[in-house]
Ligand binder design. Structure first.
Ligand code: ASP
Length: 352
């Protein structure tokens, strides 16, 4: 069936604009292979203290444009009848290749001035999942995570072993220098300066100081394809100043990423809490075992369970009908979606 009435609406703080790359005309020319199911895509570029007063109009536009580019890359695949897995990878690669987000190129620095990246991906039709943790030479960790899913018997691979697997499967490796960005380096220096000496802290404070004094980010995408399959994926540089090989929730299936035939979710936030609350699995379990719709399920986990634990962050996701979900308990979350009616939304702050 031809998509004859596609409405493209981009919500922005400083006004609405339509994307010339995705006009009704362009969309009408693409015929999905099958018309039995809606298609939809939702992405995030991290949650946190994102305030309008700390953002220039120019930077805001840059973020919005990159989110839009990511959405378009994924959606085009879905429109052409491609799989949700391919769409998720395409959307995430755009964000991984941008210095704007804490993933791939823009990854934060560890305490030792290195970059250690994590990613995961899960497909609903067979519950297959792949994840990589602590890799430091993989340009696009989401592509390696998917290789783990499709080309190995395992779900998660870490560090040198994961990179050896990358070599064997022709996944692009880069020099550590590729991940250097001035902005992230300065962020680390700032955090290092403001981190009190361990000896001045109580035992509990000392235990948490490395993560408390950190910044986070992360990117993710969830797609529903024309065959009704859902894929969720997440990619991150973790948290600034992390040490001791710390791994967050992003590569942990059920914490940072989860997909079932009913629901797919990708998370961003303070990983330790997301692991403890098994956030993405919990949301999908609520959808499966209770009357909650995906938005209600996510709000319960993000605004009640996670808040009680003390965790901040957010999630994006969608259900088998293509209903989009976004939920976060921070000031903002970079996010965007193209819903089942083709409506495009891009938001950064609480309401816009
Ligand atoms: N969840 C990521 C982590 O804890 C960070 C983030 O989402 O910003 O590693």
């Amino acid at each position: 069936m031809l998509k004859t009435h596609l409405t493209v609406l981009i919500t922005t703080l400083i006004g609405c604009f339509s994307n010339p790359a995705m006009t009704n005309e362009n969309m009408q020319n693409k015929e999905p292979k099958k018309d039995s199911s809606s298609i939809a895509l939702v992405i995030h570029g991290g949650a946190g203290t994102i305030l309008k007063k700390n953002m220039t109009d120019e930077l805001e536009q840059t973020y919005r444009a990159k989110l839009e580019e990511s959405l378009m890359a994924g959606y085009q695949i879905l429109e052409n009848g491609g799989s949700s897995t391919e769409a998720v990878k395409a959307a995430i690669v755009i964000m991984e290749n941008s210095p704007l987000f804490n993933a791939g190129k823009g990854s934060v620095f560890t305490h030792d001035g290195k970059n250690e990246l994590d990613a995961s991906i899960m497909a609903s039709h067979d519950l297959s999942a792949g994840a990589v943790a602590g890799v430091s030479h993989v340009k696009n960790p989401i592509l390696l995570a998917d290789k783990v899913r499709t080309e190995s018997k395992h779900v998660m691979m870490a560090r040198e072993g994961a990179e050896e697997f990358a070599k064997e499967h022709n996944v692009e490796l880069v020099d550590q220098k590729y991940f250097y960005t001035q902005r992230r380096w300065e962020q680390l220096q700032k955090v290092l300066k403001s981190t009190p000496q361990k000896s001045q802290l109580s035992e509990d404070e000392a235990k948490n100081s490395d993560v408390k004094n950190s910044k986070f980010g992360t990117v993710g995408a969830v797609a529903l394809d024309v065959n009704g399959n859902i894929t969720a994926g997440t990619s991150t540089g973790g948290m600034t100043n992390k040490r001791y090989g710390r791994i967050g929730d992003s590569p942990v299936i059920g914490a940072g990423t989860y997909a079932t035939p009913l629901c797919g979710v990708s998370a961003t936030g303070h990983g330790e809490y997301f692991i403890r609350a098994a956030v993405t699995h919990d949301i999908c379990a609520l959808v499966e075992y209770t009357d909650s719709n995906i938005q209600q399920a996510a709000d319960t986990v993000i605004h009640e369970k996670l808040v009680k634990l003390g965790g901040d962050g957010g999630v994006i996701g969608l259900d088998k009908e293509g209903n989009i979900m976004m939920s976060f308990n921070t000031e903002g979350m970079y996010r965007g979606s193209i819903d089942k009616d083709g409506k495009v939304t891009i938001k950064i702050y609480k309401d816009h």
